[in-house]
Design a protein around this ligand. Structure first.
Ligand code: HEM
Length: 400
């Protein structure tokens, strides 16, 4: 049941695929549920049950080389910038448990009023005009500012950190290598965080960085380089993904205005809009795993050292699990079937933050506008091998 024919190709670097991957996924689920790409040297699982099982099998399927398909980032050094996301247990569990002592649900709850303030600050500027780029003016700015607020970056440095974070994630169209400008920005960001960790060690403050310095379990503490790697991971894992969630929500809401009528009438329905966006067009489409021991899928044995892609983007459109999966239907029953944040050992540590941030941001926006229209001709998608969403999304609003 494997397939690698010319017509049936999963190429995360292909432009047509980026525009609309869902027809490709459907064919893979039906015709090649274990897919092989010889050119790019990976296997892929696309059915919901397989992706779910893949996430939960963190012994045979390892995160040791990180979760990106890009060859340059698949190295045993990935943990230096991706912290415990690029580790297996027990190292992963040790760091995750220590970090969780500072990254608590309470800390995230207490952040909510600040997220609201930051949201309004960006909206004040964006809404000076009725037409603006929703990503450039709003969704592309808020998530990094929230991370900076959480970890304790002073207000005067945030603009610079946003620029660095954008540069870290920037990729040239059609090029799989990481540009030197991105490597230089990553270095600058690490140097900034190293300095901040040193300062907090000398003078603790009421922020996550200080809490991480204090975290302790039976005498075990986080080293400075471990804290820096975690701060960097939040930028990689929590910034672009949340920007794309905010953009995808607005885009699909705009494409399905009948579905938004109830949301405009009752803002308490916004979390359901967010959940359906996470299902319908999630920002984290593809996550890579390293096969750590021989394992069989659909009668084919994958060998130690192979690369296997788990494709939640496809799992969410699996008709074996969701009714009319290609319909955007706010309020549908999704429950525990959502795989946008992964599942099992590496389940997203920031899922509650991402959901809170999206709820606060979209609620504040809807309180200030009566409606909006997306200018699809001006929309520009990012071309990334694993993140799906917009680099530019021009909208016109009717203010409240
Ligand atoms: C819509 C927004 C987000 C999406 C779609 C998302 C998605 C994911 C996914 C799929 C994973 C699991 C990766 C795997 O199994 O290999 C993950 C892990 C992680 N995410 Fe998120 N994420 C989001 C927002 C955030 C935010 C806001 C933060 C924190 C600021 C964050 C921090 C993390 C961390 C630390 C991990 C690693 C967990 C581990 O390895 O144990 N994420 N995220």
């Amino acid at each position: 049941m494997t397939g690698s024919t010319a017509e049936l190709v999963l190429d995360p670097y292909d432009y047509d695929f980026h525009e609309d991957p869902y027809p490709y996924y459907k064919r893979l689920r039906d015709e090649a549920p274990l897919y092989r790409n010889d050119d790019l040297n990976f296997w892929a699982l696309t059915r919901h049950a397989d992706v779910h099982r893949g996430f939960r099998n963190s012994t045979t399927l390892s995160n040791r080389l990180g979760v990106s398909l890009d060859p340059i980032s698949r190295t045993p050094e990935a943990y230096r910038t991706m912290s415990f996301l690029a580790m297996d247990d027990p190292d992963h569990l040790r760091l995750r448990t220590l970090v969780s002592k500072g990254f608590t649900p309470r800390r995230i709850r207490e952040l909510e009023p600040r997220v609201l303030e930051l949201t309004h600050r960006h909206l004040d500027i964006a809404l000076e005009s009725e037409s603006f780029d929703y990503i450039g003016e709003f969704a592309g700015q808020l998530p990094m500012d929230v991370i900076s607020e959480l970890v304790g970056v002073p207000a005067e440095d945030r603009q610079r950190l946003r620029t660095l974070a954008d540069a870290v994630m920037h990729r040239e169209d059609g090029v799989t290598d990481v540009p030197t400008s991105a490597l230089a920005a990553a270095m600058d960001l690490l140097v900034y965080y190293a300095d901040m960790v040193k300062q907090r060690r000398a003078r603790p403050a009421d922020d996550l960085t200080s809490a991480l310095l204090e975290a302790e379990i039976d005498g075990d503490r986080l080293r400075d380089d471990e804290i820096m790697a975690f701060l960097f991971l939040m930028v990689v894992a929590g910034n672009e993904t949340t920007t794309k969630l905010l953009g995808n929500a607005l885009y699909w809401g705009g494409r399905n205005p009948d579905q938004l009528t109830g949301v405009h009438a009752d803002h308490s329905r916004i979390p359901r809009w967010i959940e359906e966006t996470l299902r319908y067009d999630t920002s984290s489409q593809i996550l890579a795993r390293l096969v750590a021991a021989d394992v069989e899928f659909y009668g084919t044995t994958l060998h130690e050292g192979d690369t296997l892609l788990l494709v939640p983007g496809s799992a969410h459109r699996d008709e074996r699990v969701f009714d009319s999966p290609d319909d955007f239907h706010i309020g549908r029953d999704i429950g525990s079937k959502l795989l946008s944040f992964g599942s099992g050992a590496h389940f997203c540590l920031g899922a509650h933050l991402a959901r809170m941030e999206a709820r606060v941001a979209l609620t504040a926006l809807f309180e200030r506008i009566q409606g909006y229209q997306v200018d699809e001709s001006g929309a520009v998608r990012v071309h990334s091998s694993n993140v799906r969403g917009f680099a530019r999304l021009p909208i016109t609003v009717r203010k409240a």
